[in-house]
Design a protein around this ligand. Structure first.
Ligand code: FAD
Length: 323
């Protein structure tokens, strides 16, 4: 039977949502092929493997090894190559995350196959599966088809909705032993610097601050609003350069690319490099005291005003509805 492999990703022992979206993407590529979810780690991964099945995988394979506790491209690469060789899939899907971006070009070149990266939409006609991906910093979209052989496909978070979780689904969970050898790097531990809470790249709501927020203290207002909305805080490079927040929050051409349902840009002018990271958000709200600010050109809703007055008012109103 022909099949598609879905390489899942974990963070802090939990599957990242993009893994479930990748399963939905695999189903859109072909409703007939077997979808095989792959989980990689150093522990018992059966519970995570079952989650992949609840979200639509037909079968799951776990690959465990003491050197797979934390991601390295060599370790994960060896694990995935072993499973690809054994399973001979027709395609391999994973998230367009830092790991996906690092891993898939290397594996595609090793296997001499193609890679369609950063996919935001999948359609089919009678003959082809057509992948849409943004180009020119999100100003246009190109459509690609795979003409020959297997290919890696990476999907951007928050664009292809995951299927409903269905605990009644069943499927085989297999454990695969792999020989992870000759690693030049082993990551012993990961010490997280960024704040706790919702993962920025997968958040449905983002409150992003710019230089207009004026200080690290000003960012506290944004954290409060994000908290009320169950979202994450992001930032422009202007705010990161000014040390109002950590660079891990930077959104844009040289930061993270995000596509939340709601993006609230606070005191951000809307430089082209910032827009490159957020212009595909579903609803954009801009708060800026300058009515000529470029951010208003892409905003669905604009509030011209002083953010230090507007944010507390918004917070109060949201709390009435949400808390
Ligand atoms: P500013 O442009 O200074 O805007 C601040 C805004 O706050 C203004 O519009 C002002 O009207 C408003 N404001 C001030 N006070 C208030 C108030 N009290 N209430 C309401 N509004 C207020 N930038 C990114 O963001 N991400 C990137 O990835 C990125 N990559 C880059 C890569 C390259 C190669 C280069 C050259 C630049 C890059 N930049 C990036 C930088 C980008 O060009 C801008 O300099 C940056 O986005 C500006 O940040 P900002 O909008 O916060 O600051």
């Amino acid at each position: 039977m022909s099949k598609i492999l879905v390489i899942s990703e974990t963070r802090d022992g939990e599957l990242r949502n993009v893994s479930f979206e990748a399963i939905a993407a695999a189903k859109q590529i072909s409703a007939d092929k077997e979808i095989v979810g792959i989980v990689i780690g150093d522990d018992n991964l059966d519970a995570l493997a079952n989650e992949l099945i609840y979200y639509g995988a037909d079968r799951a394979v776990t690959i465990t090894h003491e050197n797979l506790k934390n991601y390295t491209s060599e370790g994960y690469g060896q694990a995935i190559l072993a499973v690809v060789k054994e399973e001979s899939p027709d395609g391999i899907v994973m998230g367009h995350t830092s790991i996906g971006k690092d891993l898939t070009p290397k594996l595609a070149s090793k296997l001499e196959t193609g890679l369609v990266s950063d996919v935001v939409g999948i359609e089919t006609d009678e003959e082809n599966v057509i992948f849409s991906r943004p180009i020119y910093s999100g100003k246009a979209f190109e459509k690609k088809i795979i003409t020959d052989g297997i290919s890696f496909i990476t999907i951007r978070s928050n664009n292809i909705p995951a299927l409903e979780r269905d605990e009644s689904r069943t499927g085989k969970v297999e454990t695969k032993e792999v020989d992870i050898a000759d690693l030049r790097i082993i990551v012993k531990d990961v010490i997280r610097k960024a704040s706790e809470g919702v993962d920025l790249s997968e958040a449905n709501v983002i409150v992003a601050g710019g230089r207009g927020v004026k200080s690290a203290d000003g960012f506290k207002l944004l954290y409060e609003l994000a908290d009320t909305l169950g979202g994450a805080v992001g930032a422009s490079r202007g705010a990161c350069d000014a040390a109002y927040c950590d660079y891990s929050l930077q959104i844009g051409q040289t930061g993270k690319v995000v596509t939340p349902d709601l993006y609230i840009a606070v005191g951000i002018s809307g430089a082209i490099q910032h827009l490159a990271g957020m212009s595909n958000s579903k609803v954009i709200v801009a708060i800026n005291k300058d009515p000529e600010a470029n951010i208003f050109n892409i905003a669905d809703y604009g509030i011209v005003g002083d953010l230090f007055e507007v944010i507390p008012m918004l917070e109060e109103e949201f709390k009435k509805i949400l808390v």
